[in-house]
Design a protein around this ligand. Structure first.
Ligand SMILES: [Mg+2]
Length: 286
């Protein structure tokens, strides 16, 4: 883990070098986590719909020629389809199980099984029953135990117990337990945001890569990217990312600034010949 992370904003302004790198690149890839990165956390994961401002911001980011945007999320396909299906963006669902390239169809990146759910679901259900406010979320290839609504002290005790209970089970089957933000998620091994990102970036030949995320699962994403990529961790935590931003509001400010800085190539019109009636010395001063 690197400790010398830099803030991507200095004195309330986005670092100039970052904007310049974005502008200078002909092809730019932006990989954005959703919950905790583009929107704040909410008590009920079903109530985290993107607001109109965010949808407009994402649309603006996809507008310049050479820009490719992907939402890289732990959410199920149906949420991402419903919220972002009409935008020209790539989508990664369930932490890398599924990839939907821009304008394409969903495909699974790895053949996975779900037989393990029969064994894991009852254990999670016990911990839902034992902790008021906890809830079980079933995704196609994972099961998640959420405890954001529960009493924090009681929740952290139950979370440790549940981790112990699952450890014995996952040792013998092809499963792993992810510790996210107020959530424990059980899923197949070998799936990660990093492998999905590598797949998505494969055909893009991007010169500028930006990845932003706020939790443990995003570390896989940061690790999978080339050293030249801009990796940004949201919040204060140990990370392999090069930069940090304090919260989703800061993330939106950075993205807004990118959307407003027309890249050198792509959006900007080609420079035309100097105006015939304007002296050369005058035109250079404009
Ligand atoms: Mg997140």
């Amino acid at each position: 883990m690197r400790n010398l992370r830099k803030h991507l904003m200095e004195g309330g302004k986005v670092q100039a070098g970052f904007i310049q790198a974005y502008q200078a690149a002909a092809r730019r890839a932006l990989l954005l986590d959703y919950d905790g990165t583009l929107v704040p956390f909410v008590v009920d994961p079903g109530q985290a719909r993107p607001d109109p401002e965010l949808l407009e911001l994402l649309a603006a980011l996809t507008a310049p020629v050479g820009n490719e945007v992907s939402i890289v999320s732990g959410r199920p396909r149906r949420d991402l389809d419903e919220w972002f299906g009409s935008l020209p963006v790539g989508l990664v669902a369930e932490h890398g199980v599924w990839l939907r390239p821009k304008g394409g169809d969903w495909r699974m990146l790895r053949v996975l099984t779900t037989e393990w759910k029969v064994r894991v679901r009852p254990i999670l259900q016990v911990y839902v029953d034992r902790l008021p406010g906890a809830l079980l979320e079933e995704k196609e290839f994972s099961l998640a135990w959420h405890y954001r609504r529960a009493d924090p002290e009681q929740a952290s005790r139950r979370a440790r117990e549940l981790l112990d209970a699952l450890a014995g089970l996952t040792r013998n089957i092809d499963m792993q337990v992810l510790e996210g933000n107020k959530v424990l998620e059980v899923r197949n091994t070998g799936v990660s945001k990093g492998s999905a990102a590598t797949e998505w970036l494969g055909g893009l030949a991007a010169e500028f890569i930006l990845a932003i995320g706020d939790d443990w699962t995003d570390e896989d994403l940061f690790r999978a990217l080339p050293p030249s990529a801009y990796t940004v961790r949201v919040g204060l935590a140990d990370t392999v990312a090069q930069y940090y931003l304090s919260n989703h509001t800061a993330v939106r400010r950075v993205l807004r600034e990118l959307s407003q800085s027309a890249p050198d190539r792509g959006m900007s019109p080609a420079p035309g010949p100097p105006h015939p009636n304007l002296p050369a010395a005058r035109s250079s001063a404009i």
